[in-house]
Design a binder for this molecule. Structure first.
Ligand SMILES: *Cc1c(COP(=O)(O)O)cnc(C)c1O
Length: 383
């Protein structure tokens, strides 16, 4: 692997960090190493094996993510949930208590409620804006946040959470999927561990499932044995795809920041729209926090229609945007959280957390902003 200067800018790191160098051929991209057996002993001194996360394709992606997130090491997994569950199982044990932000990604929420508690780990949930410190117990070992969150794009003050963790001697973990390291580098703000669903922006083309964890060496050294035992690593072909996707991460995210920002401003002025949730808008509850800790405000936004009955109808009227789940790809996707991610909650439970039937979430793609706005315009005008 090429040594890369950590002072290089993110767009450069996307292309060059971790790049595989083969002296014999000078190939400019990484070959796909499909071997499930490597001669041992070999010059690396390691027993190389895919489940040990030490094959060339895995290490190349890990090195790129390490550089982008300002960490010291990383592990890549077969899904975001594999990265999250392995990290939590590695860092928590029976008798420990962990505090989670309440509006977590649904999969993470269900894992915490259904699985972590089965192993005698105590959990508490905190609403964004409420005091994390008030929930700490003598046995609290970890605080877990997501910022910006889904689907209201609430932002948590990461430097404050990191400082609380340091004073109380507990670990802080963030799911940085929505922001990406282009917009936000939590390790540089003092957070201990970054996890990602690489299925989303990191890969960016809606054609792969992957996950990652990035941290300093001592923390990755604690997670690695758990990853080996749980076996959820990423295979060589998927690593190759993720490496390829990551090369354009900065380009894609910069365009998505711009597009989302233009669409948010446009939607806010539309008479059929009651409210727009985008951290880049001064009207957003967490705009000041976001402006302090993010370099760009991201490609995710949500908005509420004045007439809830129009929300589902609107989903069927887009010509460029697709009504679909997931996020972070090059194409614009629109979804109704009340009908999808939060469908298992009662209407009253949804209302309590601010998710109405009139709310739509947009993952803004890299299309031309004018074309996108025209698509929203015709969809909102149609009856
Ligand atoms: C999608 C997602 C996950 C889960 O990732 P998978 O790759 O689907 O396992 C976790 N966190 C966030 C914020 C996500 O959007």
């Amino acid at each position: 692997m090429k040594k890369t200067d950590a002072k290089l800018k993110p767009a450069t790191l996307c292309v060059h960090a971790g790049a595989y160098h083969n002296e014999a051929t000078g190939a400019v991209t990484t070959p796909i190493f499909t071997a499930s057996s490597y001669a041992y002993p070999n010059p690396s001194g390691q027993n190389i094996y895919q489940r040990y996360s030490n094959t060339p394709n895995q290490r190349v992606v890990a090195a790129k993510l390490t550089a982008l997130e300002h960490g010291e090491d990383a592990l890549v997994f077969g899904s975001g949930m594999a990265a999250i569950t392995t990290t939590l199982f590695a860092l928590l044990k029976p008798g420990d208590h962990a505090v989670f932000q309440e509006d977590l990604y649904g999969g993470t929420y269900h894992f915490v409620e259904a699985e972590l508690t089965k192993f005698g780990i105590e959990v508490s949930f905190v609403k964004v804006g409420d005091d994390f410190a008030a929930q700490l117990r003598p046995n609290t070992k970890l605080i877990y946040v997501e910022s910006p969150s889904n689907p209201l794009l609430r932002c948590v003050d990461l430097a404050a959470v990191a400082a609380l963790g340091k004073t109380r001697g507990l670990l802080t973990v963030i799911d940085n999927t929505f922001a990406t390291p282009i917009n936000q580098t939590p390790l540089a703000l003092g957070i201990d561990v970054v996890v990602h669903s690489a299925t989303k922006y990191l890969n960016g083309h809606s054609d792969l499932n992957a996950g990652a964890v990035i941290a300093l060496n001592d923390i990755i050294a604690r997670i690695r044995p758990c990853a080996v035992n749980h076996g959820g690593m990423l295979d060589a072909h998927a690593c190759y795809m993720l490496e390829r996707g990551l090369k354009t991460l900065a380009l894609r995210v910069e365009r998505q920041n711009e597009n989302a920002s233009k669409l948010a401003v446009w939607l806010q002025k539309h008479s059929a729209v009651a409210r727009v949730n985008y951290p880049g808008l001064p009207s957003h509850a967490d705009h000041a926090v976001a402006a302090r800790q993010m370099r760009g405000f991201g490609g995710m936004l949500s908005f509420e229609l004045r007439d809830a009955a129009q929300a589902v109808a609107l989903l069927g009227r887009f010509k460029l945007a697709t009504a679909a789940l997931s996020l972070g790809g090059v194409e614009t996707l629109v979804t109704s959280p009340a009908k999808t991610s939060h469908v298992k909650l009662t209407a009253a439970e949804r209302a309590a957390i601010g998710i109405s039937d009139a709310l739509l979430r947009v993952s803004v793609g890299i299309e031309d902003a004018d074309d996108l706005i025209a698509d929203f315009e015709q969809a909102l005008a149609a009856k």
